[in-house]
Design a protein. Structure first.
Length: 238
């Protein structure tokens, strides 16, 4: 059977194995520490290019990728979903893709998978939704027992930040300020830093109120782009 005659899902899986690099796999094993996953070692730019070429995969094919225990396959499936969201026409189609994603968050179970999918797949949809829907979805995820769903909630707000909508992020930071997980603390700091890049006074005003209550690592990440005096002032308070 030739490569062109195989089903798209089979071709994608074959290409992932052909494009894997042992050096990349060794690096990823150190930074991801996947528990039960098989890790092939495909570089992210390569995964993104594959996702663009395979964005026509059917929902059942994407579902098969997201249920795989091969880490690179799940990442590829999420990036295909992100590509489908980028080209989706109309709020109905985007809502269907977001619902598909939210029903499969058990497969979004490492920080690279969250960060590569949440802003595009979930965040892009939330931009169009009412404040009630936005709050319900984000705070349901933020209240989850799953570390990864809580991180999804936080990182999804990057799409809102880029649209100069900061309140949902501020609300999540206050809701999660006592979260036990450093990967959530870092995500909170990252989103606050992104706000500061666009509107430093908004970030400073928020930190004036809440910095003493936030995890130290959140404050350190949040203030990376502030002036030295402001940064020192907030870090000292932690």
């Amino acid at each position: 059977m030739t490569s062109s005659s195989r089903a798209p899902l089979e071709r994608l899986r074959s290409e992932l194995r052909e494009l894997a690099e042992p050096r990349v796999r060794a690096q990823l094993l150190r930074v991801l520490s996947p528990a039960d996953d098989e890790l092939l070692g495909v570089r992210v730019p390569v995964l993104r290019e594959l996702a663009r070429r395979y964005r026509g995969l059917r929902p059942e094919e994407v579902d098969a990728l997201l249920r795989s225990r091969v880490h690179d396959e799940r990442f590829a499936g999420l990036l295909v979903l992100a590509e489908q969201m980028r080209v989706a026409r109309g709020s109905g189609e985007r809502g269907t893709l977001a619902d598909f994603y939210l029903a499969r968050t058990d497969g979004v179970d490492n920080w690279d998978l969250v960060d590569g999918s949440a802003p595009v797949v979930l965040g892009k949809w939330l931009l169009e939704e009412s404040r009630d829907v936005l709050d319900e979805v984000l705070h349901r995820l933020a209240g989850s027992a799953s570390l990864w769903e809580r991180r999804i909630a936080v990182v999804a707000t990057l799409a809102l930040i880029r649209a100069d909508r900061y309140e949902p992020t501020f609300s999540l930071v206050t809701a999660l300020r006592q979260d036990p997980e450093p990967l959530v603390h870092k995500a909170l700091g990252w989103m606050l830093r992104e706000i500061g890049r666009r509107d430093a006074p908004a970030l400073v005003g928020f930190l004036d109120l809440y910095a003493p209550e936030l995890p130290r690592i959140t404050v350190r990440h949040a203030t990376e782009r502030l002036g030295p005096e402001d940064r020192a002032r907030f870090v000292r308070r932690r």
